[in-house]
Each structure stands twice: as structure tokens, then as C-alpha cells.
Design a protein around this ligand. Structure first.
Ligand SMILES: O=c1ccn([C@@H]2O[C@H](COP(=O)(O)O)[C@@H](O)[C@H]2O)c(=O)[nH]1
Length: 239
């Protein structure tokens, strides 16, 4: 059971210091198979960090959350196909045309380069946003409806999966069954103090898994802990 859950855990390496990021990979390499490179690490270290992690026989989730006009996204994803990555992200709020260009671009480049393509994942509404934040930026739709709507458009445009908060899992799972990968950050258990924690829609690791997450992304709860491996196993044991 523990192993099944571990296969679904992605650890976010949110550091500007690549030595620190690689240290975490080293500590967790027997437990975790996929590590996430986000904007901070990618901007600080550049693309070479991808190969450094892959050389330890680990998969890379390159989480750049691209959000731009369709043509720019198309070209960016074409360029991204140079890297050997397992999964990457774009924002569903970029709209239907952007999602379609993203999907077409990644498929065309993979066929042209005869190379396996990464999974393309659309972020719905960031887990740091509360209902009040959404109303303030003009998203007056019920939060659940909005996530569902963005997920539906993503699926219609052939996107492989979506990012949402764990709180939205019950109805997303009911709607999409196994037709869309469900990926949830926002995992919290309160054991590690996270200064200025910005997550607003969160839940525990086990709850997210029981409610149908295909992958959960965990960062600071593990990476800021004195003993990251112990923190990971503590999360695994907690309801
Ligand atoms: O809606 C989203 C999309 C992406 N993330 C990313 O997940 C991790 C979460 O890290 P924690 O330290 O566990 O909060 C982080 O890399 C985010 O960029 C997200 O949190 N919410």
C-alpha cells in the first residue's frame, strides 16, 4: 500500500541552489521516482538541471506553467521537446486555442523528432487562490464550476491531465473517472512550519489519494523538514 502511494508522490524541488535540490534527490531517491523542477530552480540553474536529475535515474516534471498567446506557446513547447521530461504544465486559463496549439505542437514535434512526448498538464485554478481572491480578479463563477469548466475544455482539447487542489477531487473524479490525470499540490499536515504559507485549498496526502489523485505534489512539507525522509513517511502514515 505504502509503495502504491509513493509511486504517486512527486517532490517539488523549489530551491535556487541546485546543490540543495540535488541533495534532496539523493536523500529520497530510493522512495520517490518523479521530482518537480519549478520556475525557481529552472531559472537559477538552467536546463542542465534536468539531466542532472535524470542521471540519477529519476523522472522530471518540468512545471513552468506556460501562459501566453497560442503562437508563442506552440513555439515554446516545440523548443521544450529538446528536453527529456516526463510531464510539463500550461495554464488552462490561456483558453481553448492555446490548449489546442500546445497539444498539437507537442505531438507534431514528438513525431518529427521520433521521440516520446511528455504528458501535457493544464493548471486550472492555482491552489494558492481562495474564493475571495478569485472574486477580486473577476472570476465570479462558483470555484468548483470554474475548475470543472477549465478541466472540461482541457479534456476536449486532448490535454492529458489537470492540476487542481485536493478539495476538488471528489467531483472531478466523478466527472472524468480515469479519462483525465488528476494532479494535486496543496498537501499539508501542519507538522512543518512553513513561513508565510501561501496554500489556501489544501488537504492531507492520504485524503488526496483516497479521493482519486493520480499524483500529488509535495514541496516544503518535505523539503523544509530537518529529516525529509522522515517527513515523507510521516505524511504517508497520517489520515
Ligand atoms: O495550483 C498549483 C500549481 C502548482 N503548485 C506547485 O506545487 C508545489 C507545491 O509546493 P508546497 O511547498 O508543497 O506548497 C509548488 O512547487 C508549486 O509551484 C501549487 O502549489 N499549486
Amino acid at each position: 500500500m505504502e509503495n502504491n502511494i509513493l509511486n504517486k508522490v512527486i517532490v517539488a524541488l523549489d530551491f535556487s541552489d541546485e546543490t540543495k535540490a540535488l541533495e534532496i534527490v539523493e536523500i529520497l531517491k530510493d522512495d520517490i521516482n518523479i521530482f518537480k523542477i519549478g520556475l525557481e530552480l529552472f531559472i537559477s540553474s538552467g536546463p542542465k538541471i534536468i539531466e542532472k536529475i535524470r542521471s540519477k535515474n529519476k523522472q522530471v516534471f518540468l512545471d513552468l506553467k506556460l501562459h501566453d498567446i497560442p503562437n508563442t506557446i506552440k513555439k515554446a513547447l516545440n523548443a521544450l521537446m529538446e528536453y527529456d521530461i516526463f510531464m510539463t504544465t500550461i495554464h488552462a486559463l490561456g483558453g481553448r486555442k492555446m490548449l489546442k496549439e500546445a497539444r498539437d505542437s507537442i505531438i507534431e514535434s514528438s513525431e518529427r523528432k521520433n521521440k516520446k512526448r511528455p504528458l501535457l498538464i493544464a493548471v486550472t485554478l492555482l491552489t494558492s487562490l481562495s474564493t475571495d481572491d478569485l472574486v477580486e480578479i473577476g472570476i465570479k463563477e462558483d470555484l468548483e464550476e470554474e475548475v470543472l469548466n477549465l478541466a472540461k475544455i482541457s479534456k476536449e482539447e486532448g490535454i492529458d491531465g489537470i492540476v487542481s487542489s485536493p478539495l476538488e477531487l471528489p467531483y472531478l473524479k466523478k466527472e472524468f473517472k480515469n479519462e483525465l490525470l488528476l494532479i494535486t499540490p496543496g498537501i499539508r499536515n501542519g507538522t512543518v512550519h512553513i513561513p508565510g504559507d501561501d496554500q489556501r485549498r489544501s488537504s492531507s496526502l492520504k485524503k488526496a489519494i483516497y479521493q482519486g489523485a493520480d499524483y500529488v505534489v509535495i514541496g516544503r512539507q518535505i523539503t523544509l523538514a530537518e529529516d525529509p525522509k522522515k517527513a515523507l513517511y510521516y505524511l504517508l502514515g497520517q489520515e
